[in-house]
Design a binder for this molecule. Structure first.
Ligand SMILES: [Zn+2]
Length: 493
């Protein structure tokens, strides 16, 4: 049985979950569900990033002690993912004791093997970014992302010998052994190697909220090193991991019948999670590409661990043409969308706005239009048109001539393509029905004969959309099993 280890970035708890986080997490959930439906063993990891000076500041501002603050925000992420029907295997927090222990062990190994050294460091540090910046990255002396002047910092840090690993990583990326997609992301990373990169520090002085270096208590482990290691530490502590496999296999029962030769595996907590290493797919937005494509593989090479196979960068989106920001006041939280559209449609609409991997724009008005066109008048109406004749299909194991196309789209992570394929099929079915006019056929067996192929098409569409809209897919299977219809997507005015 194939294994598939897929991750979201862990989200920084300085802000509450918004649709940017939801977009990434829904996409990863869809891919995880797709691989599970294929019968693979899937480990889907998400979580929260909770250390660093920025969290200290946010906690203070909120009037909480740091841990308490992290507990509160981390719980909000869990709630948001529950509301969006996100079926992660494990939710990691960087304040988990097991994670902290793993990070310390990892860095101790790097030091013992001679990959860390102590040196003075002076530079411009943006707390907003939690990173050092070069003069040329600044605009008018300010961080372009945070509109503030970075702090001048001069201190002793522990450094990682990044430069030793650069030629190997550059070759691995060039040869697609670490596959970076889309192509422009790969190109950008390769450009970084051309410019040259310096060793980076793995620790900070005067940062109280974080993991101390075991051999130098004046130093706190750099929050990015701490965060990246979550992908590794999550698999190291099996006892604490409870996979929600039981729930999953129950939920998916209706669909299993629909997919030839597939079985949704539920894993027992006793299974050794380490066999999931290395990550098969890291998904993230562009701002953290360098950390994942360069620093992270270098740390793994130094530790003698296998490298991630693929990194995929999805696009940014604007809201009505503007960058989403608290200042503008246009931040959308997932709950708003769920209340308006329901869970399944929210997941669908997030992916239906623009191609996965591109930048794009989101607007509530356009989401309503898409909802009505694709779901209310599209899929929902099609199901109703056909279901009212009452023909049933019990055993829906059959081949569809678009199966290969669907598998390819998923393999290419083209989630927007999947949405488009479903829409094309829906339109084809509608055209077909208009042409054959089944309501004019008086002979029942004849009517059934012309409608059965259309029902099969609808069941195929529902199978394609199952990773995005599980509940809807199950309902469609049920409708054609029992012959009893229901309204799937009421129109929104
Ligand atoms: Zn910044």
């Amino acid at each position: 049985m194939n294994k598939f280890f897929i991750t979201t970035p862990i989200y920084y708890v300085n802000s509450q979950p918004h649709i940017g986080h939801a977009y990434t997490t829904v996409a990863v959930d869809v891919l995880a569900r797709y691989h599970r439906l294929k019968g693979e063993q899937v480990f889907f990891l998400t979580g929260t990033d909770e250390h660093g000076a920025k969290i200290c500041q946010a906690a203070q501002k909120a009037g909480h002690q740091e841990q308490k603050f992290c507990d509160l925000i981390s719980e909000q992420f869990k709630q948001a993912w529950r509301a969006l029907n996100i079926d992660y295997s494990y939710f990691i927090r960087t304040t988990d004791r097991e994670h902290e222990k793993g990070v310390v062990e990892f860095l101790t190994q790097l030091k013992d093997e001679g990959f860390l050294y102590e040196a003075d460091y002076g530079g411009l540090y943006c707390v907003g970014c939690e990173k050092f910046m070069t003069e040329k990255e600044l605009i008018d002396g300010r961080c372009p992302d945070h509109q503030r002047e970075p702090e001048k910092i001069s201190e002793k840090n522990w450094f990682f010998k990044l430069k030793e690993f650069l030629p190997r990583i550059e070759k691995l990326i060039t040869d697609d052994q670490i596959l970076i997609q889309p192509a422009n992301a790969k190109k950008e990373v390769l450009g970084l190697f051309k410019q040259g990169m310096e060793d980076f520090s793995v620790s900070r002085q005067n940062v109280s909220w974080g993991i101390k270096l075991p051999w130098d208590q004046s130093q706190t482990i750099y929050v990015w090193v701490d965060a990246l290691l979550n992908y590794w530490t999550a698999l190291q502590n099996n006892n604490t991991v409870i996979l929600n496999g039981a729930q999953r296999s129950e939920e998916s029962q209706g669909l299993n019948d629909n997919i030839p030769g597939s079985f949704v595996g539920s894993r027992s907590p006793q299974d050794d999670l380490r066999h999931f290493w290395p990550p098969d797919l890291h998904i993230m937005s562009h701002d953290i590409l360098k950390f994942h494509a360069v620093y992270w593989p270098a740390m793994l090479l130094a530790a003698g661990l296998a490298l991630p196979r693929q990194i995929f960068i999805h696009g940014y989106f604007t809201i009505n043409g503007q960058k989403m920001s608290k200042t503008i006041g246009n931040v959308i939280v997932p709950q708003e969308l769920i209340e308006k559209f329901g869970v399944d449609a929210t997941r669908y609409l997030l992916l239906a706005q623009f191609p996965f991997g591109n930048d794009g724009d989101i607007s509530l008005d356009r989401m309503i239009e898409t909802y009505n066109a694709h779901l209310a008048n599209g899929l929902g109406n099609l199901v109703a048109r056909v279901a009212k004749f009452g023909f049933k299909i019990q055993d829906s194991r059959f081949k569809n001539n678009s199966e290969e196309q669907y598998q390819k789209l998923m393999a290419d992570l083209d989630l927007y393509g999947v949405v488009k394929l479903a829409q094309e099929k829906i339109q084809e079915c509608d055209g077909q029905i208009n042409k054959i006019q089944p309501w004019k056929i008086k002979d029942k067996p004849e009517q059934e004969k012309v409608l059965k192929p259309i029902i099969k098409e609808i069941l195929f569409i529902s199978r394609c959309l199952a990773p995005i809209m599980l509940t809807t897919s199950q309902k469609i299977v049920e409708i054609f099993k029992t012959g009893q219809s229901e309204i799937l997507f009421p129109r929104i005015i």
